[in-house]
Design a protein around this ligand. Structure first.
Ligand code: G3P
Length: 195
């Protein structure tokens, strides 16, 4: 139990590093809270106009999820890996450094999915890309990808991950509440659009 708790804390701390916020500040792109959705993820960093900062945010936010899983797995095994992945997501969405108001977890989710199960992770990335190609709306692509993950776990018969991916999907939908309202109202901006 102590080992699992330790990996939960390590996963949380890794996940809570707000790369988007740090990059936007250090590259003088402004305060993400005053831009677009106010979120700290790659989608909102792209609204500053910097594709480079957005790409870096995407990669680093994904990496922290993957690193949490791979580290925990190599040292403490599969249960620790799942817990560390979940904790990294919670860290990204509710970081202690930003008064528990972080991002929406999609890049981190894709990173930890790839690390937990390569086929599920690749499927989630493809679902995101398909959603983005179809709708040109990041949040829509993210919701499609999250929802697809639980189906992928069943389809690809990666049974032990079902509960985890169900929880991750619910968390992603919960963090996209404002996006879902905008999608319903037809006011959600397209990828790269400022408002
Ligand atoms: O990954 C987050 C994305 O799905 C939505 O971001 O900034 O449009 O709320 P945003």
């Amino acid at each position: 139990i102590a080992v699992l708790m330790l990996w939960t804390v390590i996963g949380y701390l890794l996940g809570s590093i707000p790369f988007g916020m740090v990059l936007a500040k250090s590259m003088n792109l402004g305060n993400l809270r005053d831009i677009g959705s106010g979120s700290i993820g790659a989608t909102n960093v792209l609204r500053t106009g910097s594709k480079k900062a957005a790409a870096l945010t995407l990669v680093l936010d994904a990496l922290k999820g993957a690193v949490a899983v791979l580290l925990a797995r190599s040292v403490a095994g599969e249960d620790a890996a799942q817990l560390a992945g979940l904790a990294a997501m919670i860290g990204h969405c509710y970081p202690v450094w930003l008064k528990f108001n972080g991002g929406k977890g999609v890049a981190t989710f894709l990173g930890l999915a790839l690390a937990l199960s390569l086929p599920v992770g690749i499927g989630c990335c493809l679902a995101w890309l398909a959603g983005a190609a179809l709708f040109r709306i990041s949040s829509m692509a993210s919701l499609i990808s999250a929802a697809a993950s639980t189906f992928l776990v069943v389809l690809l018969d990666t049974g032990p991950f079902f509960a985890l991916f169900a929880v991750l999907t619910l968390l992603i939908f919960w963090r996209h509440r404002s996006n879902i309202s905008r999608l319903k109202a037809g006011t959600e901006p397209k990828i790269g659009q400022k408002t």
